[in-house]
Design a protein around this ligand. Sequence first.
Ligand code: ADP
Ligand code: MG
Length: 246
Amino acid sequence: MQAIIEVRDLKTVFDTNVVHNGLNLTINEGEIYGLLGPSGCGKSTLLREMVMLQKFEGGDIKIFGKSLKRMSHKESQALCRRWGVLFQAGALFTSLNLYDNIALPLKEYTDLSENMIQDIVKFKLDIVGLKQDDAFLYPSQISGGMKKKASLARALSMDPKLLFLDEPTSGLDPISAREFDRLILKLRSLLGLSIVMVSHDLRSIYDTLDRLAVIDNKKIVYEGTLDMIHQEKSEFIQTFFKAAHE
Ligand code: ADP
Ligand code: MG
């Protein structure tokens, strides 16, 4: 198995607030890997560090075998195009319709013709389960579930092999949430994606994750499959997974 992300001895500090200290994890190519832990334990911060939106204090993060420390601006720009990101605050531009939202990265980072871009946007709408006519709608005109799909289509616009999702099913009704889970599984096999996902949606965790890491008290208290997790002594794990075994 090939590692796609390696986090070693990571330390993260905001002023006097030590968020991660000695945090280690390994994410393999092709897996759907979950990040869990109590609120404020640093899950979103870790994702932001992985996608270079946030600096870390110590240790290292390697993605596609490349260390995020000591990287030129050019290298980091090239690397950023190899992953897609769907963060909590959906991040669709409200002044743009779905077509322009999805086309935006292609216009910004490529020299593709408008015709090519049109074909790519059509394909992305299709793979996330949106209709071609939806392209003309604005974010304010669509449901939460559709917004997630459209954000996902945009995250996939540059054909990334790696996808980061921060609590993708939060705020969705149960039916849309399960639909989103199925979509993630479908896209993983269709596009050969590796996916890193922060979640506290128990159903989503059991239905989609291959492996997971639990962060508590600044480091990883569990890394592995879900099979053994309820044997763990960590208080967070005991409480969180209790519902799944009742
Ligand atoms: P989680 O996603 O696990 O709920 P976060 O990663 O959002 O947690 O936050 C982890 C900790 O880092 C919290 O204590 C939060 O207040 C702090 N934090 C996050 N981002 C910043 C920032 N930009 N500046 C200062 N503190 C921050
Ligand atoms: Mg968070």
